[in-house]
Write a protein that binds this ligand. Sequence first.
Ligand code: SF4
Ligand code: SF4
Ligand code: SF4
Length: 332
Amino acid sequence: MKLKRRDFLKLSASSGLLLAASPESALARGEKKALPPEAVGILYDSTLCVGCQACMVGCKTANRMPIESQDPQKRWDDPLDLSASTLNIIKRYANGTAAVKDREQDGYAFIKRQCMHCIDPSCVSACPVSALRKDAQSGVVSYDKDACIGCRYCQIACPFDIPKFQWASTTPEIVKCQLCQHLLKDGKIAACCAACPTGASLFGPVEDLRAEAKRRLKLEPGSYADFPLKQIGGRAEPQTTSRQVGHYLEHIYGENEVGGTQVLLMAGVPFTKLGLPDLPDEAFVRLADGIQYAIYKGMAYPLVVLGALIYMIRKGENNNHGGDHKEQGDGK
Ligand code: SF4
Ligand code: SF4
Ligand code: SF4
């Protein structure tokens, strides 16, 4: 992964560089933040997803979000991307003849996009007024509209481009998935997982979701196996469905990216083709802390950090022969 201008802005924002925050870090360089003790999340399995979008309907209903229609008469909800009205979206990847599911060449696949509920979230670090917070128990990254001053540092800092801003509102807020925390408080699960008929979106404790993802990687492609529906690790007896095992990539996206995320993704098509960014294992805020720690010299540190980051960007671009143009996925 090479540092680019876009990454630089995100590193700067997440490190608090733009806010002249202290270089002191609670964690040593390279150290990962631990998973909160009762961390919950979602495992999305692209090979089980049929693109029905029931999760999108469930999300809109549970969060009282308006429909976003390309149809002039606004008869249905068909958003093109995450937005101030859409917290969760299923996108489709297609290549060539798009004849075979979960295949990169001449195939198609689905991908779910939403807030990843990072274990060490850049949006939380970048926010100067703690309007974004990570719950110490569940790890849910939530938003407090009353604290927000509308600076939009969280938007710049997020490596997944998740937070959206209500530009059309006279009292704009930041909008993003909050893991249906209002439902969790009532002992319910995330609405997208409750609505999913195939088990492609699965709610549960992150440790259980990680174990389930690793179990799937060991299954024989083409064989039949049981997959849990809606949730695992709850008190209720788990429901299961028998499905043919897909061809998984040996990569659980979010297990390590930017220090780990509580939303995990599995797929048969490379994640960069599905529109996910290629990210380092270390959280952006830790990367920036490391640079600051190494070269901090009293009051001069922001300028030195700025110079070092620009040097890294230019070096990365030179090594890349100006080839900043990573092959783009065909995700629609
Ligand atoms: S995905 Fe972005 S908005 Fe969500 S927790 Fe991570 S940094 Fe914050
Ligand atoms: S957890 Fe809730 S808000 Fe987040 S994508 Fe699922 S339904 Fe939407
Ligand atoms: S409800 Fe489940 S199967 Fe349907 S689009 Fe959403 S994740 Fe895929």
